[in-house]
Write a protein that binds this ligand. Structure first.
Ligand code: RIB
Ligand code: CA
Length: 312
């Protein structure tokens, strides 16, 4: 099997960690670097989480690159209520032995320039690093083989606000730059990711009994989000938002994709970060935004089975 070189751009975050585990457990992918960005938690915390996770998984061969510590323009927002102050729920990661290898934006620009058309970028946090690379070296994102982005909500409600999903809400200006970059883009929005659910029963009956370092990490890391849902009087589950973006690279046949004309709201008080979709039957030049492939449906059962098989 020829492996696909990928760069993961992350804000670890519990589901980012699960996405990293899925990527590392998938022979189709060759993870050549992990970039970090301010998002779920501040940059320093997320970077340490990425390093600590690689230490835990004995994969310190993979370089970590630290990126933007704040969004392009708006004030930073975090999601520690979901991921915990540490960003890793109740999990405790080992002290990293490896240093950060360099700046994430420089790494993205250099690697895409050195290997045009070969690298898949899988971005599962706010898109600040990708936008800065595009601003610093216009045309950079078009050099990627594909840019897969977990973000946005098309028909689904948002999660950070009634209309905005966290990654696009946390840096709407960056999301707009990526949408307009001309890159080979695949957006994996909440419309698809809310279909892939890790239940408390999956964790208790299929993961905890494995009693490995990796399985115990998943059990500990998911405690905060399960407790949050219980407090909200909702079924305790973990949405596999970020792992599904990795799934789009390893098993694209599990996703149904539509090409939609979209743009990102960058100034609305109530609508900041919203994905605005133009479904009017107008000829292309009159449509708002850009035509972007968006995953709208997923074979959730098949993906969950693939996920559980691959991460352990
Ligand atoms: O809205 C879900 C996204 O926001 C995921 O990437 C999650 O990690 C958070 O960053
Ligand atoms: Ca994330």
């Amino acid at each position: 099997m020829n492996t696909q070189p990928v760069i993961l751009d992350t804000d670890p975050g519990v589901d980012d960690a699960l996405a990293i585990m899925l990527a590392l457990g998938s022979p189709e992918l060759d993870v050549i670097g992990i970039c970090t960005v301010s998002g779920n938690v501040p940059l320093k915390t997320g970077t340490r989480n990425a390093q600590g996770l690689l230490q835990l998984l004995e994969r310190t061969d993979i370089p970590v690159f630290a990126g933007a510590d704040q969004p392009l323009k708006r004030d930073p927002v975090f999601a520690t209520e979901v991921h915990g102050e540490s960003g890793m729920g109740q999990a405790v990661l080992p002290e990293p032995s490896q240093e950060v290898k360099g700046d994430a934006v420089d790494f993205l620009i250099q690697t895409l320039s050195d290997q045009p058309g070969e690298i898949t970028i899988i971005a599962v946090g706010p898109l600040t690093n990708l936008a800065l690379a595009e601003q610093r070296q216009p045309g950079t994102l078009q050099k990627a083989r594909q840019v897969i982005v977990m973000g946005g909500a098309i028909v689904e409600t948002g999660n950070s606000t009634p209309v905005a999903e966290f990654n696009f809400y946390a840096d709407p200006h960056a999301a707009q730059i990526v949408v307009h970059s001309g890159a080979a883009l695949l957006v994996v929005p909440l419309d698809a990711t809310r279909q892939v659910i890790l239940s408390e029963s999956n964790i208790e009956n299929q993961i905890a009994p494995l009693q490995t370092v990796a399985s115990q990490f998943v059990v500990d890391a998911t405690q905060n989000v399960l407790a949050l849902y219980r407090q909200l009087g909702r079924e305790p589950i973990v949405y596999l938002h970020d792992p599904l973006a990795v799934g789009a690279a390893i098993a694209p046949e599990l996703l149904r994709v539509e090409t939609l004309y979209i743009d990102i709201e960058t100034s609305g008080d109530l609508t900041l970060g919203q994905v605005v979709t133009d479904r009017r039957s107008l000829p292309p030049p009159h449509r708002l935004g850009k035509p972007v492939d968006c995953a709208i449906h997923v074979n959730a059962e098949a993906f969950l089975s693939l996920f559980l098989k691959r991460i352990f």
